[in-house]
Ligand binder design. Structure first.
Ligand code: SF4
Length: 179
């Protein structure tokens, strides 16, 4: 396949955003195999959340904090939201923007269907959602602090003997932090 065709394929809207049968097939598979749900996120549904808490060996309140809305596979990039809205438009005279925002819809890049931010599944991955926003520095505070320390160490290595000694001490401290 040519590079141009591959780029076009990568940017094309996923089938499930346009085809309700494909979407429902993939969603139902995820319900069966990875416990996607609950059916109504507004209901307490202690059975559903109790099972998730048991699976993750935690309490129900903590289990409820892990949702599609903050899963690393949950795609809410502008391109995907447009695909979802266009897909809804093609299926009937509705207001797609109202539907996507009321249901906090996104696209699951792991199981290929449109999922609701308030639901979850057994394969939840920390660190989402996928958006067009650049990753916040706050979320990666520890990593950016370590990067800054590495920069300072680099500068100290170029300086006097005393500074080189300090750079050595800082390097061991940094290595300790990374373990
Ligand atoms: S992988 Fe993430 S986004 Fe996909 S259904 Fe599971 S929790 Fe939701």
């Amino acid at each position: 396949m040519s590079e141009k065709r591959m780029a076009g394929k990568a940017l094309a809207c996923p089938k499930a955003t346009k085809d309700v049968f494909e979407n429902t097939k993939n969603r139902d598979w995820t319900i069966k195999k990875f416990g996607y749900g609950p059916i109504n996120p507004d209901a307490p549904d202690e059975k559903f959340w109790g099972d998730k808490a048991k699976l993750w060996d935690t309490d129900m309140e903590t289990a409820k904090t892990a949702r599609c809305g903050n899963c690393a596979a949950f795609d809410q990039s502008g391109r995907i939201l447009l695909c979802i809205q266009n897909g809804i438009n093609a299926q009937g005279p509705t207001d797609p923007e109202r539907i996507t925002s009321a249901a906090n819809l996104g696209y699951c890049q792991l199981f290929h269907f449109k999922c609701a931010g308030a639901r979850t599944c057994d394969a939840w991955v920390h660190g989402g959602p996928i958006t067009d926003e650049p990753q916040s520095k706050e979320g990666n505070g520890e990593i950016s602090d370590q990067n800054e320390m590495s920069e300072i160490i680099g500068e100290l290595h170029k300086a006097s003997n005393m500074h080189k000694k300090q750079a050595g001490r800082l390097t061991s401290l940094l290595e300790g932090m990374r373990q």
